[in-house]
Design a protein around this ligand. Structure first.
Ligand SMILES: C[S@@+](CC[C@H](N)C(=O)[O-])C[C@H]1O[C@@H](n2cnc3c(N)ncnc32)[C@H](O)[C@@H]1O
Length: 247
């Protein structure tokens, strides 16, 4: 298990956001609807988002029920992109169509959703799933363990090496508390790579059956999955959304 040069040295938040979130599209509407449905049924008070990238779409519905959200992301430019959105900096990515879509589903204005999410995000911090995450406790509220883990296109989208995938998978699953912790996750289906602008990034191919069996081995129950085929021209077969509860 040798980590070669980090492919994420080439990751550009701008290229990535333009490629996957520039248009709201079929895939994004599917994920947003899944998340809207999930957070109607589940109310984790404290949520940690792992490998959040430069995106915040995955937390809009969560902010309806969560009191505290901590974002963990590997790359500093991605953390900066999220901070730029939090601080309303000029040139930040425009998530308006995402707030409008979810505002329609919830029956509240997009502006209310935006400020609700900003008030719930407590921090944007670093993480590396290839190292056992040690989450620093810097104040009392941060010592609190999460009730749920949100993680979208992270664990299968950072390596194509089976051993490194297993390592990242184990480290991710360990973050989900036993005794009823929630896992809310999206994955690329059967991808070996994906592109953003001129750059390509490694992926580990997973199917619904494989994810289900891996989750069962880690003690998850109430596993619910929904999938959608990929939009035209993508280098993956589809998108899998999963929610599950850890015993
Ligand atoms: C495909 S992006 C997903 C971003 C976002 N969650 C989304 O839904 O679009 C994969 C993310 O994994 C992060 N990543 C790369 N290496 C990582 C590592 N070793 N540990 C944790 N995350 C990593 C990248 O920085 C990137 O933000």
């Amino acid at each position: 298990m040798l980590r070669k040069e980090d492919p994420f040295n080439d990751f550009s938040p701008l290229f990535y956001l333009q490629e996957y979130y520039g248009e709201i599209g079929e895939e994004n509407r599917f994920i947003l609807s899944f998340l809207d449905e999930t957070y109607q049924s589940w109310q984790p008070a404290t949520l940690w988002d792992i490998g959040g990238g430069p995106t915040i779409y995955q937390l809009i519905s969560a902010s309806r029920v969560c009191e505290r959200i901590r974002i963990f992301e590997y790359l500093e430019p991605n953390r900066n992109a999220v901070q730029a959105w939090l601080n309303r900096e000029p040139g930040r990515f425009d998530w308006k169509s995402y707030f409008e879509f979810l505002g329609d589903l919830e029956g509240v204005s997009p502006e209310v959703l935006e400020s609700r999410l900003r008030t719930k995000i407590q921090s944007v911090e670093a993480i590396d799933l290839f190292n056992k995450p040690s989450i620093p406790a810097t104040s009392d509220f941060r010592r609190e363990l999460p009730d749920g883990i949100s993680t979208h296109f992270c664990v299968e989208s950072i390596t194509s090496d089976p051993e490194l995938f297993d390592l990242a998978w184990d480290n991710l699953m360990e973050l989900v508390p036993t005794g009823g912790g929630y896992l809310i996750m999206s994955l690329l289906k059967n991808a070996t790579s994906y592109s953003a602008g001129p750059y390509s990034f490694p992926a580990f191919p997973v199917s619904e059956d494989e994810i289900k069996s891996r989750l069962k081995k880690k003690g998850f129950h109430s596993i619910e999955m929904q999938s959608v085929p990929a939009e035209h021209g993508r280098d993956y077969q589809g998108i899998i959304c999963v929610r599950a509860i850890r015993e």
